[in-house]
Design a protein around this ligand. Sequence first.
Ligand code: PXP
Length: 244
Amino acid sequence: MNQYVRLGVNIDHVATLRNARGGHDPNLLQMALAVEEAGADGITIHLREDRRHITDEDVWLLRSHLRTPMNLEMAATDEMVRIALKAMPKACCIVPEHRREVTTEGGLDVVNQLSGLGMQIAKLIDVGIEVSLFIDADRDQIQAAHDIGAPVVELHTGEYANATARESVENELIRLKEASTFSQSLGLVVNAGHGLTKFNVARIAAIEGMNELNIGHSLIARSLMVGLPAAVKEFREIMDRGCQ
Ligand code: PXP
């Protein structure tokens, strides 16, 4: 099987490091441009309600200088939808958000918030923003995502990434493959992300029809060892090898 899977790099943790001391070091825009230059297909940022890493200013600055598509991760709140409609990123990934979480825990519960979510994403879809819903590899959630008109789903790979026993890893992979097949049968574009590393990404990239992987923590962590451009290239190569 030979397919090209897009690599979206989540640069939130460059902003986390910057914010540790305030000021502009490391410079987020400079890093984003280096990530693009190294071969990433897009830049992902998560504007959280508490602005713990990415700030509103970052959104505007990146919006005007990026050469690749910006994927704005956000909760489906009135405030975030207002910002997205002004910033007009290429894509918005709607995620669940809890104030005290360290990172996004679990996927969106689309099934139980059909009308609220449907109303918020319709505003984004109407202006041409590509909306994806970050959901667990669950048939009901996929069906609900389709029913409210989302064109894209991003499958949560956290459980696969956290699995340690060989059997659990294999089971999680099967669950993701089945979810991907079912999503595609409904006409949904399938992305995936969360917890992906150099060691577990190849098999996710190899899932048939996979469109894009969004990778943050592990790639930024790896960049401390080898540099950001080299880390992007490493992930790119591993994904490509996985797809051959
Ligand atoms: N995709 C989504 C929707 C996310 O919320 C995150 C984490 O911000 C990622 C991908 C990237 O996850 P990680 O940082 O574990 O690679």
